[in-house]
Design a protein around this ligand. Structure first.
Ligand code: ATP
Length: 503
């Protein structure tokens, strides 16, 4: 697993997906830049989300709110007072960690131990293996799972009660060590606010303190009435948006999983009070289906229902994904009650209500939100897509099996040789396809090498122009995943690609 993660990092850089920010100056920790391929993949994920959430739902519309917001927004939302993470320093290494993440990592290791037992038994018993029975009867699995449960519950309870001394006691009891140095010499746990502050205005004495938004959601809440009125929206309805959010994260060890500047894709769904839990179930199911539609493997997703609820929620679950470092949160689905709108009513003095013609009454709607990190989604897709595949002839190939609908480049057009008019035909094909698809031209090296290069870059199709093309207007189209090659007419190419890569 660790090895795979290292490969993901180096592959993302080598193929122009992700670079460290300002690398020539040694970079900036937990900040990353997307390269030529990364920007395309990210855009395609964002569009896939937008299309399924906004375009496909008549009652969901999208907005694009600002990163800067009136500072009172963050008082009302609770971020000024309560957007904290429990921080702990290691006295020897002077490194900082999030106390809850250290404990979660410990719990995840127990989960992996249980999974190892299950995998071993699966191998041993083959077809006869009954997983459900095994996990309820095997003493080791039961022990690991119970311990995992105990640890997470105790942490949740202590955090809920803001009993930071107990969080520290738990770290000591579990003998958790500094992941980098192995030292167990910790400071006390204290709260750390995650918002980045900045200033608006020219002179120091008149400038206003602002925050970079730590979540996109508040831009939707403050625009609730604007959108409802101008869009003549009727409850239930949703407002969606994608955009940057900023958090001064303490732990910065997991590549684009946890960044200081990242992008969220959120949808706030406004419902009648009392109907929120039904909608919460609806959105849990709908969002999981969206993930499964990409074909990364059902076994790589699981729900984690929250024990500890944030101050604004009456139900919350994460969709967790099997990242190279274990199952971790990819998306959150939260039933946020009327907390946000009510708080904004209170702080702004403006009514944020909906007149429900069916009930003939006004109320502050309840909110169910779906919130996913675009960068985390990128990491999920990219890390699962990257494979070292053994071929029948004993050799291996590196292949990035990105879903074709998300791949940055849809097809590479390759003249078999650099002469005899083949490059010109390839150029002609590119000029036709480029209106609809991101395609590239490649004439360097033997065609086999070029195929491998495109496999590793994640390009789902290679289209090769050879001497027969000059006779009958046909080309070879090669599928990245099956490596099968088919002969098709040039005129058919656009149709084939539309069928494979459109969504
Ligand atoms: P975590 O517990 O991992 O810090 P969170 O519960 O604070 O995450 P939310 O506030 O629910 O996260 O944010 C919604 C989504 O935004 C998360 O599911 C995640 O995909 C994404 N996200 C949150 N923080 C980051 C970050 N620092 N870098 C990248 N994505 C993030």
């Amino acid at each position: 697993q660790e090895d795979h993660f290292k490969k993901v990092l180096s592959h993302a850089k080598e193929y122009g997906y992700i670079f460290g920010s300002s690398e020539i100056y040694e970079g900036l920790s937990a900040v990353y830049d997307y390269g030529q391929n990364g920007a395309e993949l990210k855009k395609n994920i964002r569009e896939y989300w937008w299309k399924s959430m906004v375009q496909m739902h008549e009652n969901i519309v999208g907005i694009d709110a600002s990163i800067f917001m009136h500072p009172t927004t963050w008082k009302a939302s609770g971020h000024v007072d309560a957007f904290n993470d429990p921080l702990i320093d290691n006295k020897d290494s002077k490194k900082r960690y999030r106390a809850d993440v250290l404990i979660e990592d410990y719990a995840e290791k127990l989960n992996q131990k249980a999974q190892k037992e299950i995998d071993k038994a699966k191998k041993r018993f083959g077809d006869k293996f009954n997983e459900e029975e095994f996990v309820t009867t095997n003493a080791r699995v039961i022990r690991y799972r119970e311990e995992q449960d105990r640890v997470l519950k105790r942490m949740a309870r202590s955090l809920e009660a803001e009993d930071l001394a107990d969080v520290k006691a738990l770290i000591e009891e579990l003998e958790i060590a500094d992941p980098d140095t192995g030292s167990k010499n910790w400071t006390d746990v204290r709260q750390f606010n995650l918002m980045f502050g900045t200033k608006l205005g020219a002179s120091a004495d008149t400038a206003t303190d602002l925050y970079l938004r730590p979540e996109t959601a508040q831009g939707i809440f403050v625009n609730f009435l604007n959108v409802q009125k101008t869009g003549r929206m009727k409850i239930p309805f949703g407002i969606a948006q994608t955009g940057k959010a900023f958090r001064n994260e303490i732990v910065a060890r997991q590549f684009i999983f946890r960044m200081r500047e990242f992008e969220q894709m959120e949808m706030q769904f406004f419902v009648r009070p009392g109907e929120e839990l039904q909608w919460y179930e609806h959105w849990k199911e709908t969002r999981l289906k969206w993930h499964l539609s990409l074909g990364l493997g059902e076994e790589n997703y699981r729900f984690h229902d929250h024990e500890k609820l944030a101050h604004y929620a009456n139900a919350a679950a994460d969709i967790e994904f099997n990242f190279p470092f274990g199952f971790k949160e990819l998306e959150g689905i939260h039933s946020r009650t009327d907390f946000d709108l009510k708080a904004h009513e209170k702080f702004s003095g403006k009514k944020l209500q909906f007149f429900d013609p069916e009930l003939n009454e006004s109320y502050v709607p309840y909110v169910v939100e779906t919130s996913i990190g675009l960068d985390r989604m990128f990491l999920a897709v990219f890390s699962k897509a990257l494979e070292e595949e053994e071929l029948e002839n004993g050799s291996t190939r590196t292949v990035l099996k990105l879903p074709a609908i998300l791949a940055p480049v849809k097809a590479a057009i390759l003249p078999l040789v650099k002469k005899d008019g083949l490059p010109e035909v390839a150029e002609r094909i590119i000029n036709e396809l480029k209106w609809d698809f991101n395609v590239v031209y490649d004439e360097k090296d033997a065609v086999g090498r070029r195929y491998r290069r495109q496999d590793a870059a994640g390009t789902p199709f290679c289209i090769t122009v050879d001497h027969d093309t000059l006779e009958d207007d046909t080309v070879t189209i090669r599928d990245r995943d099956t490596m099968e090659q088919k002969r098709v007419k040039i005129a058919e190419l656009a149709g084939i690609l539309h069928q494979k890569v459109d969504f």
